[in-house]
Design a protein around this ligand. Structure first.
Ligand code: ADP
Ligand code: MG
Length: 596
């Protein structure tokens, strides 16, 4: 199965204009544009190289005709040596410049694509395979390398050289030119038939590279689970099957490209034989001299390389269109609008006030509603706890506040302004969010802590380390804050990861702090300490927590009980125990049942 990226934006009400992507050749020119002068220089040198090559037969004609007439051949020989040397020198520099341009094109495409991917809407991320997107950045852009050199140079220099050669052939003998042209036209027709096959097979090959990337990412990202489940063998087979598919389609396209490439050699051999026969007859009748025939045959020989280049241009273009189509598909995914990064709020900024007004939401058009008219008001400052069974929609409340998704109906209002009217970076700068599974990125502890506020001072960092009780952990590590935490923080314990995630959020000095089961994995001592920390923060900040521990919930200023996408009740612990059956039940079991 080929991962089909959705091309329409069904999420994202306001943004992501669905512009139709430019045709592949325009896109290719767009990639090349910034490097056009280097490309032009390279192309000019390549042309000069061809010109020096083309001048050789003319000198050779003189040399051959001089041979029988007892004239000195030193000058023509000298000229020929200079031409050969110039040919090699210019060719080398030109080829370097062209390859350099090609690499720059790959770099440009990679930058553009990664910038776009970083702005992707979470809804788009939900529906894509990271491994496939990765293949589009690494593998598909690489194809642009050969496309740039093969297509543009092939068409440019190859095409021009071919025309120049044909003109010179016409000058030498127009009858023999007609013979050559007939052969070239036949070749062109065969190539025309082959090209769509090249494109189709390349596209399939690249798609299977994407599938392989996706399955590899799945396996390597979950190697512990796979080993624990004894599923290595089955997973291995899945990745191998994907690799085999890529091989099959690549071999298929190699077959068609080889066929096309071979046509240059074949057709020039045919041209050579035909010209030899026709030219021999013309020499016999005295229409042309032997030198002319030799010169013409040399031109046929020289025609080989530009014809090869033009065919490579056609093949390269098909490869390029397949790659560009895959890059454009990724760039058609719904993304957030481009915006400048926003500064973090001042340390003494007012706590945020938040309200949900009849918010309805579902993750996609075909999925059931997760929020059915959710309403609550949080005036600002203080601790609000969200409780309710698993799947009630608590995490979704936080996702909507971060604008990872937009409500299907209803309004979310922050500080009296509808969320939709906030610039996304400004909005997120105001929020500290600890996600449910406390994600930690690979890299150092310091990098993780400063992720949301790289400018935090050492004092701030020290203070936060103390309040999140990470100071002991850091002191015990030989490399301290520079300790690497491994992929997704696997070198930390669950509770340590949670404390790192909380510290990261606190360092942003948020006006709105969202903690989604952020202390669920802490031991009793650390949990109690962090409860105090959170209570402290809540004195000056609006804090929302999803929690299952009674101890956390009872101290909250306000409790929102959610069930099946609705708010059942809002109140204090005392009020709710008396008024809400579900809450009373949860409280009675001390929130100890597995509810996350
Ligand atoms: P809670 O945090 O209260 O346990 P969530 O807000 O995480 O519940 O999830 C509510 C419902 O939404 C669940 O039924 C879940 O399956 C669904 N859901 C959560 N995230 C997604 C998503 N990214 N795409 C589709 N459905 C989702
Ligand atoms: Mg949740």
């Amino acid at each position: 199965p080929i991962p089909q990226l959705p091309t329409s934006s069904e999420q994202g009400r306001p943004h992501s204009p669905a512009t139709t992507p430019p045709p592949p050749w325009r896109q290719l020119l767009h990639y090349v544009r910034p490097y056009r002068w280097v490309l032009l220089a390279g192309a000019l040198l390549a042309l000069l190289t061809s010109a020096t090559g083309l001048a050789l037969p003319l000198v050779a004609r003189g040399l051959v005709n001089d041979l029988g007439h007892d004239r000195s051949i030193t000058t023509p020989l000298l000229v020929m040596s200079v031409l050969v040397l110039a040919n090699a020198g210019l060719g080398g520099v030109g080829s370097y410049l062209l390859k350099r341009t090609a690499e720059s094109v790959v770099l440009g495409a990679r930058r553009a694509l990664t910038s776009y991917l970083l702005r992707l809407r979470i809804s788009a991320v939900d529906r894509s395979e990271p491994g496939d997107l990765m293949a589009r950045v690494t593998s598909d852009t690489t194809l642009l390398r050969s496309v740039t050199t093969d297509t543009l140079i092939g068409l440019g220099t190859g095409g021009l050289t071919m025309i120049a050669t044909l003109v010179l052939m016409g000058v030498v003998d127009s009858a023999l030119l007609a013979v050559t042209l007939a052969v070239i036209v036949c070749t062109g027709m065969v190539i025309w038939v082959i090209m769509p096959q090249v494109k189709k097979t390349i596209r399939r090959a690249q798609d299977s590279v994407g599938v392989m990337g996706a399955s590899l990412e799945r396996v390597l990202g979950s190697l512990r689970t796979i080993k624990a489940s004894g599923a290595e063998h089955r997973e291995e087979q899945a990745v191998h099957a994907a690799a085999h598919e890529a091989w099959r389609h690549s071999v298929d396209s190699a077959k068609w490209s080889a066929l096309a490439g071979n046509m240059a050699g074949l057709s020039m051999q045919i041209a050579f034989i035909t010209v030899l026969a026709a030219g021999g007859a013309r020499v016999a009748t005295g229409a042309i001299d032997i030198g002319t025939l030799v010169a013409f045959l040399m031109y046929v020989f020289y025609l080989m390389s530009p014809v090869q280049q033009v065919i490579a241009a056609a093949t390269g273009y098909q490869t390029g269109t397949a790659a560009i189509a895959r890059i454009q598909e990724a760039q058609a995914l719904p993304a957030e609008p481009e915006a400048e990064p926003a500064p973090l709020p001042a340390p003494d900024a007012e706590p945020a006030a938040l309200a949900f007004e009849e918010v309805c939401f579902r993750y996609a058009g075909e999925l059931p509603y997760v929020h059915r008219a959710v309403s609550f008001t949080i005036p600002g400052r203080g601790l609000t706890a969200f409780v309710g069974p698993s799947g009630a929609g608590k995490t979704t409340v936080f996702s909507l506040i971060e604008r990872f998704y937009e409500p299907t109906a209803g309004r979310i209002v922050l500080d009296g302004r509808e969320l939709m009217r906030w610039e996304i970076p400004t909005l997120r700068a105001a929020i500290g969010y600890v996600e449910q599974d406390a994600p930690v990125l690979s890299g150092s502890l310091r990098g993780n802590l400063l992720l949301g506020n790289p400018d935090a001072s050492d004092e701030e960092l020290c203070k936060v380390l103390k309040t999140t009780r990470l100071d002991g952990l850091v002191a015990g590590l030989p490399q301290g804050l520079d300790t690497l935490v491994g992929h997704r923080g696997t070198k930390l314990s669950g509770g340590e990861r949670q404390r790192v995630a909380i510290a990261r959020a606190l360092l942003r000095r948020p006006r709105l702090l969202l903690l989604d089961e952020a202390t669920s994995q802490l031991d009793a001592v650390n949990e109690a300490a962090l409860r105090d920390t959170v209570a402290d923060v809540a004195r000056t900040t609006t804090v929302l927590v999803v929690a299952h521990r009674l101890s956390t919930v009872t101290t909250a200023d306000r409790i929102v009980v959610m069930d099946a996408g609705r708010v059942r009740a809002v109140g204090s612990h005392r009020e709710l125990v008396a008024a809400d059956l579900l809450y009373a039940e949860l409280a009675a079991t001390q929130f100890l049942t597995a509810l996350n």
